[in-house]
Design a protein around this ligand. Structure first.
Ligand code: AMP
Length: 143
């Protein structure tokens, strides 16, 4: 299974914020959308960072309530690891494990095509495992 299979299921939409969005607004966005991370976009289509709930927890514990007025660009992770639609799900899982993050934007030729979360990856692996089990069961019954 490939990243493109996940996108075919969930679509290409990605929640994003601008670099000047406040931490309070980012928290509202994550809560309202029930998501764990937003991408930070500059000039409407260039990914320059990612802010996840982990970043919010870190900055709140460091700065207290004053953190709510900071901007996304001040707390984001700038070196964003991305994947390609043709990458395998195993490759994305390996990147998440290595980098200790749970969200990977899908980018090709500089164009943002979607976002894959650890939840999407686990779901895809479960479907794959079910298909394999069914195939094995059919093989055993037939032989
Ligand atoms: P997460 O596990 O996705 O909530 O993120 C954990 C940490 O990794 C946070 O500091 C995020 O800003 C950062 N992060 C999340 N996704 C990525 C990514 N694709 N590339 C680099 N850093 C990331």
């Amino acid at each position: 299974m490939f990243v493109s299979d996940i996108l075919a299921q969930k679509g290409n939409f990605v929640f994003t914020v601008t670099p000047d969005t406040t931490v309070a607004q980012v928290a509202q966005e994550l809560s309202a959308r029930r998501i764990g991370a937003v991408l930070v976009l500059e000039d409407a289509d260039t990914v320059i960072g990612v802010v996840s709930e982990r970043d919010l927890v870190r900055v709140l514990s460091e700065r207290g309530a004053a953190a709510l007025d900071l901007r996304a660009r001040e707390i984001m992770t700038g070196a964003v690891v991305t994947c390609d639609p043709d990458d395998s799900i195993d490759e994305v899982m390996a990147a998440m494990t290595r980098g200790r993050f749970r969200h990977v934007p899908v980018v090709r030729h500089g164009e943002l095509l979607g976002l894959v979360s650890i939840g999407d990856v686990v779901k895809a692996r479960l479907v794959e495992a079910e298909v394999e089990t069914e195939a094995l069961r059919a093989y055993i019954v037939a032989s």
